[in-house]
Design a protein around this ligand. Structure first.
Ligand SMILES: CC(C)(COP(=O)(O)OP(=O)(O)OC[C@H]1O[C@@H](n2cnc3c(N)ncnc32)[C@H](O)[C@@H]1OP(=O)(O)O)[C@@H](O)C(=O)NCCC(=O)NCCS
Length: 179
């Protein structure tokens, strides 16, 4: 039996309910400061949707077998981080879509867009050290850890266990080798 391929697409209003439900799930948001309220999800939804419409790249809906599975995309952080200005890849799926390779396939499509269409020289990924699922996904996609790149995320209060982040990098395979 052939499994469906995840589809990356733009946002529509009907995506808001499953988007807010995903963001309110403590299991999905375990490595973030807290789950999002409906109001916080609305603000995030409008920003993600309008940025994608405006730039034609950003954070896409991941649709799987006709269902809203989550989101994946490229983002330039609003925070000044030690590796700025680099484009990061990010992902978040409803937990029922984990463990099936859906995030992996959706991320591959995203990397292809970033490297081939946008010609980005490098894409970074970062998360907290206990986020094994996210780290495994980065490694499966060919990201490598930059051991000198660990940083404290400025959005997380000092002393909070989620403040420390690890940095992974992936260079555009078509980019000329430096030096
Ligand atoms: C991070 C996240 C997207 C990873 O999802 P995931 O489903 O584990 O990732 P993948 O798509 O790579 O799937 C890998 C799993 O699918 C399995 N799999 C099945 N078919 C597969 C296929 N064709 N290709 C790859 N993996 C496949 C793998 O064996 C692996 O199984 P395992 O989890 O038992 O080891 C998900 O956990 C998530 O949304 N987390 C919450 C949000 C979050 O923390 N985001 C990151 C913030 S920085």
């Amino acid at each position: 039996m052939t499994l469906p391929t995840p589809v990356l697409r733009h946002w529509k209003e009907a995506d808001f309910a499953p988007f807010a439900q995903m963001n309110a799930d403590p299991a999905v948001m375990r490595h973030f400061l807290s789950p999002l309220s409906r109001e916080e999800s609305r603000i995030s939804f409008e920003k993600i949707r309008s940025t994608l419409e405006e730039k034609q790249w950003g954070i896409w809906v991941v649709e799987y077998a006709g269902e809203f599975a989550g989101m994946v995309g490229l983002n330039v952080s609003q925070w000044t981080l030690p590796f700025s200005p680099r484009t990061e890849i990010l992902w978040r799926l409803h937990s029922k879509f984990w463990g099936k390779g859906i995030a992996f396939q959706a991320a591959q499509q995203t990397l292809q867009h970033g490297f081939q269409k946008l010609g980005l020289p490098e894409i970074v990924a970062f998360t907290t050290p206990p986020n094994f699922r996210s780290i495994r996904l980065m490694e499966r996609l060919g990201f490598t850890r930059d051991a000198h790149g660990d940083f404290d995320h400025p959005a997380v209060p000092a002393g909070h266990p989620l403040r420390q982040h690890v940095l992974y990098r992936k260079r555009n395979p078509s980019a000329p080798v430096a030096g």
